[in-house]
Write a protein that binds this ligand. Structure first.
Ligand code: ADP
Ligand code: MG
Length: 243
């Protein structure tokens, strides 16, 4: 029996994200819609860092929301880690999000009344089978150690600098060992030195833990560290450049 050619399959296996013809519209009024994504195609391989750049309003955050299964496309195909996102009902999308995807936000989005340790442990509280509280805290401590914050475990966000808060955000994003980390302008609130540390951490997730990182940024120094730069224009990826 002859075997099937392997190269297309192999390349599919290397692919974490396949997006084809993605469309997303938002209603502005009952009759007017705004087309945020307009037939977008994108491939992202496992274990790389992609910088997503482009003018304000070009659809970067909308794309990240779809990649993060926070929202669903109106049209097109979206495969993430081999899963057809459009074929899954919303509760399953929440599960995909929890197990496979971590988020890093521009404004950190930490809960003010919780310590760094508690913030990082929080996503583990939704895991099934259940993880005992002491194990959650142990893992959170380890994750904070990896971002250099072993000395800040019991600080609340208002007792931390911006850079430290973002490192807590990164530790939280990695706590479930996600395959995909999505970061929307993660250094937008940080000075250049601190931004560099955050970029180094994100890059380290790719090199040391084999994560895939998609980062929306206006910052050329982030784009320099990325393996690929996707430039968005008018709701599509206009160019995808290998660095
Ligand atoms: N929730 C929403 N409701 C209506 N329009 C939206 C919404 N979110 C984004 N848009 C519009 O969609 C387009 C793309 O937005 P966005 O993805 O936020 O772009 P970017 O992140 O590149 O600045 C913009 O024209 C924006 O105004
Ligand atoms: Mg945006």
């Amino acid at each position: 029996m002859s075997s099937a050619p392997t190269s297309p399959i192999t390349s599919e296996r290397r692919r974490l994200v396949t997006a084809r013809g993605l469309t997303k519209e938002y209603p502005l009024s009952r009759t007017v819609k705004i087309r945020a994504l307009d037939g977008l195609d994108l491939d992202i391989d496992y274990g790389c860092m992609v910088a997503i750049m482009g003018p304000s309003g070009s659809g970067k955050s909308t794309l990240l929301n779809l990649l993060g299964c926070l929202d669903t496309p109106d049209d097109g195909e979206l495969l993430i880690d081999g899963i057809d996102v459009r074929a899954n009902p919303r509760p399953d999308l929440a599960d995909i999000r929890l197990r496979r995807i971590g988020f890093v936000f521009q404004r950190f989005n930490l809960l003010e009344h919780l310590t760094a340790l508690e913030n990082v442990a929080l996503p583990l509280g939704y895991s099934w089978p259940r993880i005992p509280p002491e194990e959650r805290l142990r893992r959170a401590e380890q994750a904070l150690g990896l971002v250099g914050l072993s000395h800040r475990l019991h600080h609340r966000p208002d007792q931390l600098s911006g850079g430290e808060q973002q490192r807590v955000g990164i530790a939280r994003a990695t706590i479930n060992n996600p395959k995909l980390i999505l970061a929307d302008e993660p250094t937008g609130e940080l000075d250049s030195v601190t931004s560099r540390q955050v970029v180094d951490l994100l890059h380290g997730l790719v090199v040391e833990q084999g994560c895939t990182v998609a980062v929306v940024t206006h910052d050329g120094s982030i784009a320099e560290r990325a393996d690929w730069v996707a430039r968005m224009v008018d709701g599509r990826v206009d160019t995808m450049t290998r660095r």
